[in-house]
Structures are given as C-alpha cells and as structure tokens.
Design a protein around this ligand. Structure first.
Ligand code: 5AD
Ligand code: SF4
Length: 383
C-alpha cells in the first residue's frame, strides 16, 4: 500500500496555491492524499506568520499531531512562511534563525523551504470553483508592518509562457474561472524586462513594458496588463480574478484592460490599510488617501459596475480616535463591498516592530474592528 500524506494550510491565496503544488510533489513521490491527518504517514503544515494568531494556530496543530503520534509516525514536515523567514532572517550574531526554530520544535522531522517546490509542477487542485495560477512570488515593498518580504524574499515573476500554458491546462480540465495570484500582481514582470526594452509576448506581439506611476515608490516596468489581457482572451475563460493588487502600481493600461474585457472580475480587491495619511506614511504604503480616492474614481469611471473590497489594518501604532475616524470617513466615501479586517500584530524583523510600541489594547482594537465590520460588512441594506 502506498504511503499517505495530509496537508494543513494556513494563510493567503498564495499559500493555498503553494499547497496544491506540495500535494502534487508528494503525489509524484508515490504518496496518496488523505483527508484525515490521523491516518497520514506524513503531515505537512504550510504555515502563515502574517499575524501572531495565525502563527499560533499552526503551533497548536503541530502540538496536536505531535501528541497523537506514538512512534515517529506520522512524519511532521513544516513549510511556508515560518520556514522562509527563519532561513532569511539572522540573529544579532549572524546565525540564521532556522537553527533556533529546529531547537524550538525538535518533533519536526523536516523544515521544507517552499522554493524547493517548483512553480512548474502541475498542481493537484482542491479548489473546484477557481483555478489558482501563481504568477509571482515574494514582495519588494516592505510595508513597515509586514513580514512577507522577509518570509518570501524579493519578488520573482514566473515566466509569461508558463503562466499561459498552466492557464490553458486549467481551462482544459474544466475550470472557467482563473485567479492570478501574487503578493503584488501589478508589478508582475518588473524583473523580466527593462524599462526601455521591447518584450515579445508568447503570441509573437512586441510590446513596450507599462511604466507605472508608482505613488511614492520607484517607477518600474510591468507586464501585468498584457498578462491579464492574454489570460482573459484565452478561449474558455469565463472569469479572471487577480489578487492582490496594490494602489501604487495600478496603471491606466490595467484599467483599460479591465474595461475592455467584461470577463475580468468586477469585484476588485484593493487594500487600503488605513484612511489616515500619517498612518499610511508610517506604514510605508506610499500613497495618500486622496491618491487612493482618485484611483478608485478613475477605475469606476472606466468600469462602472466595479465593486471594491479591501484590507484594513486596525490599531497600527499611533492610530488614535481621529485617525480611526479618518478611516471610517474614507470607508463611507468609497463604499467598500467587503473589508478584511486585521488587528495589528507586531512581527519580529519588521520596521514597525522596531520603531513603534504596540500600545493600543486588544479590547480597543476589537472595538474598532466591530465598528468597521458593522459599517462595511453588515450594513442593514447592501446594494
Ligand atoms: N498585523 C496585522 N495584519 C497584518 N497584515 C499584514 N501584516 C500584518 C500585521 N503585522 C494584513 C494586511 C494585509 C493582509 C494580507 O494581512 O492587512 O493586507
Ligand atoms: Fe506585505 Fe506590503 Fe508586500 Fe503586501 S505589498 S505583501 S502588505 S509588504
């Protein structure tokens, strides 16, 4: 009988997409998947460390598996952002934090860097409603609160033709909804082409990279509008979504691409994080509230039916009644369709943890969370 594996996934769409490749990898090694971790020979935990609560959930599960096992079965494999950040971060003596992690969790048999699992392995998809297609990994933005650039390293774009061929395969398998996934999809291709170069698309068409305005950030060339357009025009694509898309690289060309392709999702995720300029500055987000509003206006003018969802970080250091009120005012002005509300959690290695104290009590963060949730996610009538 073949050996079995079980994968537990925490975190974002990128982690879910990674897990589909991890599953394919174990499948190739001759394992079969089980949905019951107690019956697995190998349990793989794909971790998220974006907030302490997510990190703790992974530790909780790890302990549960460890307490359950009688001998060395199941084998425990830990992967994801916990491992990535331990490899990339060093302590004051210059030693990688991986050693510390190994000491902290002696029951773990293997710490698997996610980079060992190739982009190009055909995924074992669980999600039936939409095929997740990773287009890049990592992030160059260093928002001051965020561990992702440390956990996943610099942004690396997947080759254009690989993305197209995986999209075609997914369509052939019956998926009519494709979701392009990256930490910051709008900057896709900035490492594949130089500003002044011509890029040849897989179709043979020669294009100039789109130079995005980049609110407060370096001006970079991107190929994302071309990629999105190509995927939207593959025969059989009924719906294309993309996550996440940040305000600073949102080019006019991208807006035009959305407008001309009705099969691009009319629900756009556009994280704002805060509605206060001073807080946005401390977060190193690059844009002002007015720039965000202008961008939304421009998108709505070109794509009238668009609905916008967002991420909001609650209780970032320095967020007082006034700055919180500014966030409420902005939310009212924009009329978000949905908001993912995250209470600030200081993360080791990030700038905000080094510079600012996390002084806002949990109770107050919870109060602000409820007010925003009520305002955006539970209004009595929704259009
Ligand atoms: N604390 C709380 N939420 C965070 N996020 C990122 N870092 C943190 C943190 N330190 C949230 C942001 C981001 C989402 C993926 O997670 O809102 O958009
Ligand atoms: Fe984190 Fe900012 Fe990168 Fe998003 S864009 S992953 S919030 S650093």
């Amino acid at each position: 009988m073949s050996k079995t594996f079980f994968v537990k996934t925490y975190g974002c769409a990128q982690n879910t997409a990674d897990s589909e490749r991890i599953k394919a990898h174990y499948h190739q090694l001759g394992f079969t998947q089980t949905q019951n971790w107690k019956k697995a020979d190998t349990v793989i935990i794909n971790t998220c460390i974006v907030r302490e609560s997510a990190e703790n959930r992974a530790y909780g599960f790890l302990n549960k598996v460890d307490q359950f096992r009688s001998s060395s079965t199941p084998q425990i494999v830990v992967t994801g952002c916990l491992v990535g950040s331990a490899i990339r971060q060093k302590n004051k003596k210059g030693v990688s934090k991986l050693k510390k992690l190994k000491e902290k969790f002696p029951s773990v048999d293997k710490f698997l860097p996610i980079e060992k699992i190739n982009f190009n392995i055909a995924p074992l998809r669980d999600k039936k409603e939409s095929a997740l297609i990773p287009i890049s990994s990592g992030c160059n933005n260093f928002c001051s609160y965020c561990i992702v650039p440390f956990a996943r390293g610099p942004e690396i774009s997947r080759p254009f033709d690989q993305i197209i061929s995986e999209s075609k395969k997914a369509i052939k398998k019956g998926f009519d909804h494709l979701t392009l996934v990256g930490q910051n999809v709008n900057s896709y291709g900035s490492d594949l082409v130089k500003k002044s170069e011509t890029y040849i698309l897989p179709s043979g068409q020669k294009v100039k990279p789109v130079l995005v305005k980049s609110m407060g950030r370096a001006r970079i060339p991107t190929l994302f509008p071309y990629l999105l357009d190509t995927v939207a025009n593959l025969p059989g694509t009924k719906l294309v979504s993309f996550v996440s898309s940040n305000p600073w690289d949102f080019s006019d060309r991208l807006i035009e691409t959305m407008a001309k392709n009705p099969n691009i999702n009319r629900l756009l995720h556009l994280p704002i994080q805060s509605g206060d300029d001073q807080i946005l500055k401390k977060m190193n987000r690059g844009y002002t509230v007015q720039e965000y509003i202008n961008l939304v206006k421009k998108i709505r003018k070109a794509v009238p039916k668009i609905k916008i969802s967002t991420d909001i970080l609650i209780g970032f250091p320095g967020e007082d009644e006034k700055s919180f009120q500014n966030t409420l005012d902005l939310c009212q002005k924009i009329g978000f369709h949905k908001a993912y509300l995250n209470k600030y959690s200081p993360r080791s290695g990030t700038i905000s943890k080094k510079l600012y104290q996390d002084k806002i009590p949990q109770k107050e963060k919870r109060r602000r969370w409820q007010i925003l949730d009520q305002l955006i996610n539970r209004p009595s009538s929704k259009n």
